[in-house]
Write a protein that binds this ligand. Structure first.
Ligand SMILES: [Fe+2]
Length: 201
């Protein structure tokens, strides 16, 4: 079982032209990270899930996201960037959504699509054809979870959707820690900053 350092070293060795959805998905399946090697990057918060930067380069960034039981991401997408996820600790659901229609004024209509479950044996990636999703540490899982997210390329904004309001908007993204150190507390001014709400993904 590779350490997180070994996992990063292997990712860095993948040439940019080969950094494709299937190739990186295969890498995630073949390289399950040793949870013990993640310890310094894990910061759980009772009020929101946390985004913890582990590595950032020109081609990709790697985050550990820490979820208490019952914490959810907002519905969001990654603005055309690729995203791969693995769950070395616990279990998480991914709820996908289909975009029925939208305009460029912040209106949208979404329909829930498939839901899948990720755990240490089952990583996942965001389908480029259907990129709108939410990640949920469902209360019935009854445990913390940590997911690893590879984003290519790195980016600092995403679109957040409120399906019940038929609305979407862009939010800036923040790190709760960088390279194992807490960042100054970021204030989340976006609408609905309930646990695991806007400004995160
Ligand atoms: Fe996501």
């Amino acid at each position: 079982m590779p350490s997180i350092d070994d996992f990063i070293a292997g990712l860095v060795r993948i040439p940019e032209r080969e950094f494709t959805v299937p190739a990186v998905s295969r890498y995630m399946v073949d390289h399950r990270v040793d949870p013990a090697s993640l310890e310094k990057y894990l910061f759980y918060e009772p009020t929101h899930y946390t985004r913890n930067l582990i590595y950032k380069g020109d081609l990709f960034e790697l985050l550990a996201v820490c979820w208490e039981a019952g914490q959810y991401s907002p519905v969001h997408n990654h603005q055309g960037q690729s995203c791969w996820m693995a769950v070395p600790i616990g279990r998480l659901a991914v709820q996908n959504y289909a975009l029925v229609r939208s305009d460029d004024q912040g209106f949208c209509e979404l329909r829930p699509a498939d839901r899948l479950v990720m755990d240490p044996a089952h990583p996942a990636f965001v389908d480029p054809e259907e990129p709108i999703h939410a990640v949920l540490n469902l209360p019935e899982y009854g445990q913390r979870a940590t997911s690893l997210h590879v984003y290519s390329k790195p980016y600092d904004r995403c679109l957040v959707y409120a399906p019940e309001q038929n609305a979407y908007w862009e939010v800036p993204l923040f790190y709760d820690s960088e390279y194992g150190r807490r960042t100054p507390r970021t204030i989340n001014a976006s609408p609905g900053s309930a646990p695991g709400s806007a400004g995160r993904r």
